[in-house]
Design a protein around this ligand. Structure first.
Ligand SMILES: [Zn+2]
Length: 93
């Protein structure tokens, strides 16, 4: 079966599952490493700020509140919802 990926306007990569639903690739990767599903209060942070860089050593699980504080404190860092204008909805196999 062909695997489809797409990158949304915020730079995140989605993977199409066999069910036809799309899921964030970094969450799939972390869940398979943890061998459990992420809880609703858990978010995956991209350490180098590149949301398309889903290598394990770039991913860290944080609690939602911690994550928000982290981004608020680090104003120089990319804010949570800054769009990445150079990346538009790309479809690739
Ligand atoms: Zn983050």
């Amino acid at each position: 079966m062909k695997k489809y990926f797409y990158q949304n306007g915020l730079g995140y990569i989605y993977v199409r599952l066999s069910s036809g639903k799309y899921k964030l690739e970094h969450r799939i990767i972390v869940e398979s490493m943890l061998n459990r599903s992420l809880k609703s209060h858990e978010v995956v942070h991209h350490i180098n700020g590149n949301r398309a860089d889903n290598r394990l050593n770039n991913l860290i699980v944080m609690k939602k509140g911690e994550h928000l504080k982290f981004h608020l404190r680090a104003k120089k860092r990319m804010s949570l919802f800054d769009p990445i204008p150079t990346i538009q909805y790309k479809l690739f196999k």
